[in-house]
Structures are given as C-alpha cells and as structure tokens.
Design a protein around this ligand. Structure first.
Ligand code: IPM
Ligand code: MG
Length: 362
C-alpha cells in the first residue's frame, strides 16, 4: 500500500519525538511491504518563525494532498504575546478545522509494566483502558463572538460556547460505534446543571443512544467525572465529551496511566486524519533528547489503524511498545530513582528492534 504522509514536527520536543515515530513507520513499511511517501512541513511556532503564519498555505496544501498527517506538537513561549491568530496554537486549530477532524480519540491505557509510574496505587490503576472521545471543532475553542475589548483596567474578555444538534450527534455516533467494539459503555461528560450547551448535549446523546441498544449510556457532570477518574479509572470505557472538557480530562488520564508522554491521539471525521501525541511542546526539555517518543509512536500506530485500516501493523507497533516497557526501558518521565533513563532516540530504536522481531515472528 502507498502511505502518503505529511509530517509536521512543529515546536519544542515535537521534532524529536516525530523523528522516532517516522523511523518506526519506516520500519513497519519495510517489514510489511508498504511504500512510504513523506513530505515534511512547518506548523506552529516553527512556521511563524519563517513565514509569520502558523499554518502557511504551503503546509495546508501538503496536508490536503496527503492521506494522513502526523504532527509533533505546537506551542512556544516566544509567541506568548502575539495576537491570537499569530500564536502557534492557532495553526493547529485551523488545521483541525480545515481537515474536518471533529472526532478526537485519545486512548489512555495502563501498560502492566509501568503500573508503578502512576501516582495512584497499582491496584487502582491496573487494567485501566479508557477511550476519550473529544469533540474537536466546537465549543469554546471556535465559538463566536470572541474578543478582548475596552480601555486598560476596564477590559472585557468574551468567549462563546456553542453546540448544534448535528455537531453533537456526529460525535456521539463515533463514541457509540467505538463502544460497540469495546466494552459497550459510554459515559457522556457534561455540565448540564449549569450550561445550555450541556443540556442540549445530554438530550441529543440520549436520543442517539437509542440506535445502539447494546451500549449502556450514563451521564456525569465534569467535576464529578474528574473525581471519579482518579478514584476508579478502570471503570471507564468510552468517555464522550465536548472540546474543552476533553482537553482537560485527557491530560488527567495521561497522568493516571503514568505519563502524559504515553498518550496518542487520532483526529478523524474528515477525509484526512490528523495524528498527534497529546503532550504539548514541553519547551523546558526541548532539544535535550530526553522526551518520551512513545506518544508520537503510538500516534503513528493510530494513523495506520484509522487512516489505512492496517490493524496488524498498528498492533505490531503497540505490542513493541508494550514489550520495550516490559524489558525495562524508561524515558526520564517514567524512570524512578535508581533507574537509568534512556534517551528519546534509544527508546525509538528499541521499539524498532522489538517490532522487527515480532514482524518476523508474525
Ligand atoms: C491538545 C492541546 C491543544 C488543545 C492546544 C495545543 C491548542 O492542548 O491537543 O490537547 O487545546 O487542543
Ligand atoms: Mg491539551
């Protein structure tokens, strides 16, 4: 199969972790007989620095011309004072919108080998396997009007949360369909005791559930869900929620399973899927070669699964990640006192080696 990908390394640790994900993809392509065609472009701060645009037309065209996009991270303190549309994050948000990527899947799985990396007791976190389904093109992130106006000292800031029935319905369907292939449970997270958006959300999700009689739907307010997530993470199967709540809960889920550095994501729903680790650009450790590349590598696995239906190849990467963790490889975010951490590139190399072994075995 021809795998035509656009690679957007982005900012901070983005380039370091993306390099490793690309090496893994190259190894998969060789082992399974696929042809990889890569094009690399700037996004976020990296693009602002050279083109004064966080998503230059050339980058967008390359993405639209590919079959899937793999992104590292965006965000850089250098642009903190910039107006909204000239911030690195604006490039990512525009890209998500241009690709029509309304469904953001963020799995949070506790790998048995690193139960002890969770801040929670091993018996609490053991067996955790959550799929967060975050709505990605609505809510506060995109709602209009938005502004800061008025005289200094008297300024007023406005953001708007909006959700339409079709927007809620399409993301709800994604969650129910995923649940039907998992443990048949959807927890819809909202704030229906306060927000109109959430009341409509709850109504539409409940209506949608009727088309999926085998899936059990429950609802929780987001504050209570955040609490429950640290108390009983293994009780969660599919978590369906709006954009901002999903952003917050997915970082929390990352910490619960040991490190945000492990979390991968797929942003799908449009013609071209966008795949990115959940962690940000982590400017404080950028360039040191110590970032955890597993979130990026697992995002590459999701890319193969969701954009190309290459389930065997995706599983091969995931098994290799599980294997290297079992063998004791730990980047610094996972290493305990007394353990010598491996570098970003060593971790990537170990995954490639493990994968070649298992591909031969398969
Ligand atoms: C994420 C990130 C982004 C988001 C930022 C970088 C715009 O935090 O993917 O979770 O808020 O969606
Ligand atoms: Mg986030």
């Amino acid at each position: 199969m021809l795998l035509k990908l656009c690679i957007l390394p982005g900012d901070g640790i983005g380039p370091e972790v993306t390099d490793q994900a690309v090496l893994v993809l190259q190894a998969v392509a060789i082992s399974f007989g696929h042809q990889l065609q890569l094009q690399q472009k700037n996004v976020g701060g990296a693009a602002l620095a050279v083109a004064n645009d966080p998503l230059p037309p050339d980058t967008l065209h390359a993405c639209l011309d590919s079959s899937a996009v793999l992104l590292g991270a965006v965000g850089s303190p250098a642009f903190d004072k910039n107006p909204n549309h000239l911030r690195p994050e604006a490039g990512l948000l525009r890209l998500r919108r241009e690709l029509g990527a309304y469904a953001n899947l963020r799995p949070a799985v506790c790998f048995p080998a690193i139960e002890d990396c969770s801040p929670l007791r091993a018996e609490v976190v053991r067996g955790t396997d959550i799929m967060i389904v975050r709505e990605l093109l609505g809510g506060l992130y995109f709602g209009e009007p938005r502004s800061i106006t008025g005289a200094p000292g008297q300024r007023l800031a406005i953001n708007t949360m909006t959700y339409s029935e079709p927007e809620i319905e399409r993301i709800a369907r994604v969650a129910f369909e995923l649940a039907a292939k998992r443990r048949n449970r959807v927890l819809s997270v909202d704030k229906a005791n306060v927000l109109e958006c959430s009341r409509l959300w709850r109504e539409v999700v409940t209506r949608c559930a009727k088309d999926f009689p085998d899936v059990q739907l429950s609802h929780m307010y987001v504050d209570s869900a955040a609490m429950s997530l640290v108390q009983h993470p293994k009780e969660f199967d599919v978590v369906l929620t709006e954009n901002m709540f999903g952003d917050i809960l997915s970082d929390q889920a990352g910490a619960i399973v040991g490190s945000l550095g492990l979390l991968a994501s797929a942003s799908i729903g449009g013609k071209i899927g966008l795949y990115e680790p959940v962690h940000g650009s982590a400017p404080s450790i950028a360039g040191n070669g110590i970032a955890n590349p597993l979130g990026a590598i697992l995002s590459a696995a999701m890319l193969l699964r969701y954009s190309f239906q290459l389930e065997r190849e995706a599983a091969c990467i995931e098994n290799a990640v599980s294997y290297v963790l079992e063998k004791g490889a730990r980047t610094s975010d996972l290493a305990h006192a007394g353990q010598t951490p491996v570098s970003t590139s060593e971790m990537g190399r170990k995954v490639v080696e493990a994968m070649k072994l298992s591909a031969v075995a398969a």
